[in-house]
Each structure stands twice: as structure tokens, then as C-alpha cells.
Design a protein around this ligand. Structure first.
Ligand SMILES: NC(=O)C1=CN([C@@H]2O[C@H](COP(=O)(O)OP(=O)(O)OC[C@H]3O[C@@H](n4cnc5c(N)ncnc54)[C@H](O)[C@@H]3O)[C@@H](O)[C@H]2O)C=CC1
Ligand SMILES: O=C(CO)COP(=O)(O)O
Length: 369
């Protein structure tokens, strides 16, 4: 169980001073928490502490005075032990190495609130973050871990634009603590108990954001993007429920909320990767010049593994894998998707006793399968 009372005047260590870690540090610093931000570059740490600007990310933003940058080495045990909250804003592919470095500093009987905001699946192992935490630190840490996900571009959060996110944990008390820590009039938190669904939502939406960006890059317009988003949501829901997550999670902020955001904005790195692919650039060039992480590229491999092992029909995700990793021509991929035979939309049986059911029964339209 994590330490009690992290809500008011908490000491928070944010690991990862990229776009999202910096923006969340700013948000918490603004709410009078004492925030430490780990950056891995000495010049970033020095400049941040002297001027309160991040030289690498969100460069135009003046950060809260309540933030102290630490680094470039991994934060010391003495600092970690003083923390009420550890907030991980490290891309998924680098989480395992950092949690392994952290583990010797954690006391399983009294550890800080652990919050994760990354959106991806680990390459090679196909592990979710929950599994990475259990592997490196132990299941008691995974049980208490809390996941924040949802439609939340860093650059809009630092401008205090109204934003809402999902906050989920297997341990309700931990989700409540995290929600209380972050909740502000301009930043609403909705708690839930489906961390696997929340994690899958964040990871999967990045794959469909690449697909939607590709569609726009190819010159297709609104009909096609709407199709991508809607069929993407259907695939996310099928994959998620086959995995054992709740279908309703995919209708929440972390699911359709974030899917809609990232499939429809050039502020999304994943959308941008797709858009540039659609314009004919090669993947290596795009990744090398993006300047920031697009988790969907690596996560597409994990998603392919998940859909194959579960036997789920997810043609858009499958096509994205072929485009990114098997060099399939993107126009061919679109043509093949459009040539698939007609199929059924996602359906639930009509609610028993509702007027719709009464009507079809009255008119004799209902056929039992
Ligand atoms: N930027 C955004 O608006 C949002 C990002 N996220 C998620 O947050 C996570 C981080 O994203 P961003 O901060 O935007 O990425 P970013 O590309 O802006 O920054 C990545 C950060 O990770 C650090 N890093 C790279 N390799 C590392 C390693 N081996 N060990 C430790 N740290 C390392 C970099 O120094 C940098 O500070 C991703 O999973 C992303 O999907 C979630 C919500 C919104
Ligand atoms: O997840 C995000 C916003 O919710 C950020 O999306 P990108 O990683 O595609 O920029």
C-alpha cells in the first residue's frame, strides 16, 4: 500500500522531462505541490533551475516556481524516499530499465503513490505496463499502480485549457488519491477500476491515429477519417473485450475520447507519422525528424501480436502493421481494406423491456437467432 495523504502539499517526483512529464509537473507545481522533475541532460537541469524554461520540450512555456529539476543521473534513494508520489512519464520502451533501477529504493510496505501515463505495449515481450511493473517491482506494486489516460495534449494542458482524463487502478483508494492530486477546475479526473482497459485504450488509439493521419495524408477527407475513427473504435473494443477489459472503458475518455483527439489533430505525433507516410515519406526519416516519441509505431508490433494470439478480426490494425513493418504500399492497404466483404457492426441485443424491444415484438419483427 502506498503512503497516506498524498493530496495536499505533496512531494512529487516526475520521471521524464519530455512534453508530458514537464506539463504534468507544471500542473502539479501550480497546485502548490513540491515537484521534482528528472531530466537526463545536465544542460536541461541547469537551465530549468535558473530560468524555469525547458530547453528541449514546451520551450515557450515558463514553468511553475514549485518545480526543481534533478539529474542528469537517476534520482538518488534519499530523494525517492522522501516522495509521496512517483509519476512516470517515460515512453513504454524505456520503462523496464528505469523501474529496475528504482526497485532497490522502494519499500514494499510503505511506498509512494505510483502513477503511469505512458501509452504503449513493450516490443519483444508484448507486455502491458502493468506486467512490466509486476516483473520489475513485484505484483504488490502493480496492484497499487494507477494509470492516467485520456485526451490530453501537453501543450493545451500548460495553457490550462479545460481537459478531462480517466484515472484507473485495481486499488480504488490509489485511483482516488491520484484523482485528488490532479483534479483542478480546468482538469477533471474520472476514476475507474479497469486499468487494463485504460492501458489498452491508450496504446491502441495510437495505432489508429497513425491510420487516420495516413488517410488524411493520402488526400482523403472527412468521410474516410470518420470511418477510420469509428471502425478503429470497433476494433479497439473487440480487442479489449477479447483481452478481458470492459467494453464500456472504450467509450470513455481514454477510449473514444483520446481516439477522436489524436485521429483528428496534427498536434498528435502519431497522426503526424501517418500523415507523412501518406504523403510518401519513409518511416525512418519520419521517426528521425519527429523530435519526440510516437508510441504507436513500436506499439503496432505488440498490437499485432495481441490480435493474432487472441484471434481477433482487426483489419485496420493489421494493415498498419503491414505498412510499417512489411513495407506494404499504403494505397494498396487502403484498397484491400475497402475490398473486404460486408460485415456486421458491433451489436448488443436490444434492452429487454425497453420501447424498442416492445415495438419490434408488437410488429412481429424480432427474430431469435
Ligand atoms: N505529449 C502528450 O501530449 C502525451 C504523452 N503521453 C504519453 O507519455 C509518454 C511520454 O511522452 P512524451 O513526454 O510526450 O514524450 P517526449 O518524446 O516528449 O519525451 C520523452 C522523454 O523520455 C525521456 N527518455 C527517453 N529515453 C529514456 C530512457 N531510456 N530512460 C528514461 N527516460 C528516457 C526523454 O529524455 C524525454 O524526457 C508516452 O508514452 C506518451 O504516449 C500521454 C498523454 C499525452
Ligand atoms: O496521447 C496523446 C494525447 O492524449 C498524445 O498523442 P501523440 O502521442 O500522438 O502526440
Amino acid at each position: 500500500m502506498s503512503k497516506q495523504q498524498p493530496e495536499q502539499g505533496s512531494k512529487v517526483l516526475v520521471l521524464g522531462a519530455g512534453n508530458f512529464g514537464s506539463c504534468l509537473a507544471d500542473h502539479l507545481g501550480d497546485s502548490d505541490h513540491q515537484v521534482f522533475l528528472w531530466a537526463r541532460e545536465a544542460h536541461v537541469v541547469k537551465h530549468f533551475n535558473e530560468h524555469h524554461y525547458n530547453l528541449e520540450y514546451l520551450k515557450d512555456h515558463k514553468f511553475s516556481d514549485n518545480i526543481t529539476a534533478v539529474g542528469p543521473g537517476f534520482p538518488a534513494k534519499g530523494l525517492i524516499n522522501k516522495m509521496d508520489v512517483l509519476l512516470f512519464a517515460i515512453p513504454t520502451q524505456f520503462l523496464r530499465e528505469n523501474l529496475s533501477r528504482l526497485r532497490p529504493h522502494l519499500d514494499p510496505s510503505n511506498f509512494p503513490l505510483l502513477i503511469f501515463v505512458n501509452k504503449g505495449i513493450e516490443v519483444g515481450t508484448h507486455a502491458l505496463t502493468l506486467e512490466i511493473i509486476a516483473d520489475t517491482c513485484g505484483p504488490e506494486f502493480a496492484k497499487a499502480a494507477t494509470f492516467i489516460s485520456g485526451p490530453s495534449f501537453a501543450k493545451e494542458i500548460v495553457q490550462r485549457q479545460p481537459t478531462s482524463v480517466s484515472v484507473a487502478s485495481f486499488t480504488e483508494a490509489e485511483a482516488d488519491k491520484a484523482a485528488n492530486l490532479f483534479h483542478q477546475p480546468h482538469f477533471r479526473c474520472y476514476t475507474g477500476s479497469d486499468p487494463i482497459g485504460i492501458e489498452l485504450s491508450g496504446a491502441l488509439k495510437n495505432v489508429y491515429a497513425i491510420a487516420a493521419g495516413a488517410s488524411d495524408g493520402l488526400g482523403y477527407e472527412n468521410n474516410t477519417r470518420a470511418m477510420m475513427i469509428t471502425r478503429g473504435l470497433a476494433e479497439m473494443t473487440c480487442i479489449g473485450t477479447a483481452y478481458g477489459a470492459s467494453p464500456l472503458t472504450f467509450l470513455g475518455l481514454a477510449g473514444v475520447g483520446d481516439l477522436f483527439l489524436t485521429c483528428s489533430s496534427s498536434n498528435s505525433r502519431n497522426y503526424t507519422v501517418g500523415y507523412r507516410l501518406g504523403k510518401g515519406e519513409c518511416l525512418d526519416t519520419i521517426i528521425n525528424t519527429l523530435g519526440s516519441v510516437a508510441e504507436g509505431v513500436s506499439t503496432t508490433k505488440g498490437v499485432k501480436n495481441v490480435i493474432d494470439s487472441l484471434g481477433v478480426h482487426a483489419p485496420i490494425a493489421n494493415s498498419m502493421y503491414e505498412v510499417l513493418y512489411e513495407r506494404k504500399d499504403i494505397r494498396t492497404a487502403v484498397r484491400e481494406l475497402m475490398e473486404l466483404p460486408p460485415s456486421r457492426e458491433l451489436e448488443l441485443p436490444p434492452t429487454a423491456g425497453g420501447p424498442a424491444r416492445q415495438l419490434v415484438e408488437k410488429l412481429g419483427l424480432y427474430t431469435k437467432e
